[in-house]
Design a protein around this ligand. Structure first.
Ligand SMILES: *Cc1c(COP(=O)(O)O)cnc(C)c1O
Length: 438
């Protein structure tokens, strides 16, 4: 029993009160006829309340909802600048738009390569492709699921112009070596922080404040919501102007005549979204603190379970868990991932098969080479005599993560009871399969 006695409480207790085979106890997995670990519905709450309503009323009372005329966008920008400590904020209609603005302002165009992550939202690469550039995928760390300076260095070529680091699932990537690498190779560093509001490195620096640009999404599924929306932050005056112009048809909103110098979409946020955003930013510190607490608690109890490897966070870093993703070793666990997820579901616990079912580069638009239609451009560039391929096995670690990951939802409204019951259910299921296979 020496190996189990070092583990967390419930495991040790169970070792001492081991049931006879076939006997049903509170520790029997639900799938084997035991009681469900989850005894009450998950905690829930209202994300929007009187604070948002007051802001919306003020926005409507202005008699304009245009971002350049009303006060709400300006207030929202000031609040986001204060939260991040970054000088300029550009508001956009989505996180995808924010990233597209950053990519365009970085000067990314035809013939350029942009390094990014294989496990992410398609929004990380949409802007790259629309600018006629190609995404190149850097593999991930198997524990934190983050791109690393080493994995980025491996895929750099003379055509690389920018790097989009994706801070996945609430983690903050290890940025110091990445910043150094980008400086050395004169690459524009863009951070995709859509899933990592409030995430910090060991020195307490916020994700989104290391690179030339930090990009955020406030779509309805993120830490804070404006329905849809996004922000770009940058300390560089020139880059801020370019990103601003790209978000609004390259029109100037300072009274000077319009004479667009480049093709730019309309990615404007309205005063209504900004109004809701002001109230949401005020709630963000509590949201990230609570999510961190819940995720770190999952890790405390999952880390000791055989066959499960916890959502990795680098020592001293602050992860704000957009979701909690652990990986399983089917051999050590004695069950397939599907069997495991089914058994956990029987406990009344929400658990999904990972985050996405394939790396971004295996989506049809890449495998069919069908980006802009009627041509394989930019994946095939006849002029430059280049052809980009995205075969299976391109990023083996990422593919392994996708094949073995299980995802627990994290929500700031979850109670301590929710967290403990989820952990108890996972422990029960792990022991169920372990004892079955002894
Ligand atoms: C959500 C998300 C985006 C895109 O944000 P939208 O607002 O939905 O366009 C981009 N990158 C990552 C990592 C995301 O999670």
């Amino acid at each position: 029993m020496t190996s189990t006695s070092r583990r967390a409480g419930p495991l040790t207790r169970r070792a001492h009160t081991a049931a006879r085979p076939g006997e049903l106890t509170a520790q029997t997995a639900a799938i084997a006829g035991g009681p469900k670990a989850k005894t009450v519905p998950y905690g829930a709450g209202k994300r929007f309340g009187p604070e948002e309503l007051q802001q919306l009323k003020e926005a409507l009372d202005q008699n304009t909802l245009f971002y350049a005329f009303g006060k709400k966008t300006a207030q929202f920008k000031a609040a986001w600048s204060a939260y991040t400590g970054v000088k300029h904020v550009i508001t956009t209609s989505s996180g995808t738009a924010a990233l597209h603005c950053a990519v365009a302002a970085a000067g990314v165009g035809v013939g350029d390569e942009v390094v990014t992550a294989p496990i992410t939202d398609l929004g990380s690469v949409i802007g790259v492709l629309y600018q006629g550039a190609v995404p190149v995928f850097a593999d991930l760390d198997p524990h934190t699921y983050m791109m690393t300076a080493e994995s980025i260095a491996k895929v750099l070529t003379k055509n690389t112009r920018a790097v989009i680091v994706v801070h996945l699932a609430g983690n903050c990537a290890d940025m110091d070596p990445i910043v150094k690498l980008c400086k050395k190779h004169k690459l524009v560093l863009i951070e995709d922080c859509a899933q990592s509001f409030g995430a910090r490195d060991a020195k307490g620096r916020l994700a989104g404040t290391f690179g030339a640009f930090g990009c955020f999404s406030t779509n309805d599924f993120k830490h804070i919501s404006t329905g849809d929306g996004g922000m770009v932050v940058t300390n560089n005056d020139g880059l801020a102007l370019k990103a601003q112009l790209f978000s609004d048809k390259a029109y100037r909103r300072d009274g000077s005549p319009n004479n667009p110098e480049f093709l730019a979409p309309n990615y404007r946020m309205t005063e209504l979204q900004a109004a809701v955003g002001i109230a949401q930013i005020a709630k963000l510190p509590k949201i990230v603190a609570r999510r961190r607490q819940i995720g770190d608690r999952f890790t405390e109890r999952i880390a000791g379970l055989p066959g499960l490897s916890a959502h990795g966070v680098k020592k001293g870093f602050c992860c704000t868990y957009w979701f909690y993703m652990f990986c399983i070793d089917e051999k050590k666990l004695g069950a397939t991932r599907k069997e495991f997820v089914k058994a956990v579901a029987a406990e009344g616990i929400t658990l999904s098969l990972g985050y996405i079912d394939r790396p971004v580069y295996r989506y049809n638009l890449f495998t069919d080479r069908n980006i802009l239609r009627h041509s394989e451009f930019p994946l095939t560039n006849k002029e430059l005599k280049r052809r980009y391929e995205y075969p299976e096995g391109l990023c083996p670690v990422a593919e392994e993560i996708i094949a073995t990951a299980c995802r627990l939802p994290v929500n700031e409204f979850f109670t301590d009871q929710d967290t403990e019951e989820v952990c108890e259910g996972l422990e029960k299921v792990v022991h169920h399969f372990q004892s079955k296979n002894q």
